[in-house]
Design a protein around this ligand. Structure first.
Ligand code: NAP
Ligand code: HSE
Length: 434
């Protein structure tokens, strides 16, 4: 029996790194998609900021416009794909498309982490899809597993590397001794970074992804403002060397976990550089690869791994969504994301974890005892310590046992006031030992 053929015209908003790769992939896979699904995908219009730019995408140049509204409203467009990025005008354009009853596929984590709930509700009202697999971890299928396969799982923690640019930079600094600036420049050339790369290196891109993951995994309302964020801009080659000496590497992690805060259940959502033991699977996630661990009471541990950034992997995720949305047009159905409940977000001060820190002190008798006493007063217990002599001082490098963040920060504040302390160096949270 031959499959019914259905023509689907897409309107593409944006033709940069992801948009260009998507057009190439559609061009290459058009026949295969048609054979497998009966969908004949055509591109009806493409909006860009500057129509005079020379472009390599395999597409009729007359389809370009600098008016994205025209794309959304065109009667020839059945599905809107948004790969422009940013909040405005993407928010208005996606809202318009949904109001017009057109399914939308987007890779825009910044927008979803800030205004997701309003857009999901609009999609539900119109009975159409709003799909966003590419918004988190590039080519790795993580949104669909969280939305569908794990919908009934009592998830306890999701933790991972969700930003390709920063993982690329940290890998290059560690493996090749490359400078931060050179590694960032290479990540930009390879199409991994956001148009404003401070979103990557400052941790805000990972924070947007953490908010989306938190909402889906825990069914609660979590947006980017709920995420505690530290980026990697302060990490130095020396920090990386110390970490290695102690059997660790440094990774930017996004962590969403359930915890008890003042007797009530809450969610701690955070992004920060972390010391990861070299024996931990996350330590082997290199370059632009991402990896996400999902832990649940029934399923145990799952790990999702793959390329987290770059045109082709991201386009693969967008195309999967596009096919899904198009098949749903054929079936007159749509996947609802469901309702979100309000959820307590615990402050970072309530976190309990291990810490790495480095203190430069005067090299004289009794110094170690003074430092240990300050830590002890705040209930911070030392797991390991290394000392090295500098010219006229000593450097102490500590890893603590688990301690309360507020106590640890109080200890660091008190150490800073000691006369024998010349400088408090890098402070990092440590995962995976205790
Ligand atoms: P990009 O290379 O900067 O491309 C953006 C495209 O949108 C360009 O074609 C640009 O036009 C167009 N555009 C931007 N602002 C516009 C405006 N106001 N009006 C009309 N057109 C506008 O960005 P990208 O890397 O492809 O990323 C696109 C989206 O995918 C972002 O949301 C990003 O976070 C997400 N994403 C990216 C990756 C990745 O690895 N790159 C991975 C996952 C998700 P011009 O070409 O004329 O400048
Ligand atoms: N800039 C992002 C990253 C793109 O480096 O991970 C993928 O979302």
């Amino acid at each position: 029996m031959s499959m019914e053929q259905v023509n689907v015209n897409i309107g593409l908003l944006g033709c940069g790194t992801v948009g260009t790769s998507l057009l190439e992939l559609i061009h290459e896979q058009r026949e295969v998609i048609s054979q497998r699904t009966g969908l004949v995908i055509d591109v009806a219009m493409v909006s860009v900021r500057d129509v005079s730019k020379s472009r390599t995408a395999p597409i009729d140049p007359t389809l370009f416009t600098d008016d994205p509204k025209q794309v959304v409203e065109s009667a020839d467009v059945d599905v809107v794909v948004e790969v422009m990025g940013g909040i405005d005008p993407s928010r208005e354009l996606i809202s318009k498309a949904l109001e017009l009853g057109k399914p939308v596929v987007t890779a825009n984590k910044e927008l979803l982490a800030a205004h997701g709930e309003e857009l999901y509700a609009l999609a539900d009202q119109s009975g159409v899809d709003l799909l966003f697999e590419a918004a988190v971890a590039g080519g790795i299928p993580i949104i669909r597993p969280l939305r569908e396969s794990l919908a009934g799982e009592p998830i306890t923690r999701v933790m991972g590397i969700v930003n390709g640019t920063t993982n690329f930079i940290l890998t290059k600094m560690t493996e090749e001794g490359m400078s931060f600036a050179d590694a960032l420049e290479e990540a930009q050339k390879l199409g991994y970074a956001e148009s404003d790369p401070t979103a990557d290196v400052g941790g805000h891109d990972a924070a947007a992804k953490a908010a989306i993951i938190a909402s889906l995994a825990f069914g609660g309302r979590v947006n980017s403002d709920d995420v505690y964020v530290e980026g990697i801009t302060e990490i130095t080659p020396e920090d990386i060397e110390f970490a290695h000496r102690l059997g660790h590497c440094i990774k930017l992690l996004a962590i969403v976990e359930k915890q008890e805060s003042n007797g009530a259940e809450s969610l701690c959502v955070r992004v920060h550089p972390s010391m990861v033991p070299l024996t931990h699977p996350l330590a082997n996630v290199q370059e632009s690869f991402n990896a996400i661990f999902v832990e649940g009471d029934s399923v145990g541990e799952l790990m999702f791994y793959g390329r987290g950034a770059g045109g082709p992997p991201t386009a693969s995720a967008v195309l999967g969504d596009l096919i899904d949305a198009s098949c749903n047009i054929k079936r007159s159905s749509a996947a609802s994301i469901g309702d979100f409940t309000s959820i307590n977000i615990s402050p970072i001060a309530d976190l309990e974890t291990q810490y790495f820190f480095e203190v430069e002190v005067e090299d004289q008798p009794g110094v170690l005892a003074q430092v240990a006493a300050v830590l002890g007063e705040q209930n911070v217990s030392i797991q390991s310590m290394e000392q090295e002599g500098l010219e006229s001082e000593a450097r102490l490098i500590f890893i603590t046992h688990k301690a309360l963040e507020s106590s640890f920060q109080a200890a660091i504040g008190a150490l800073d006031k000691l006369k024998i302390v010349r400088n408090i160096g890098t402070v990092l949270r440590v995962i995976g030992i205790d």
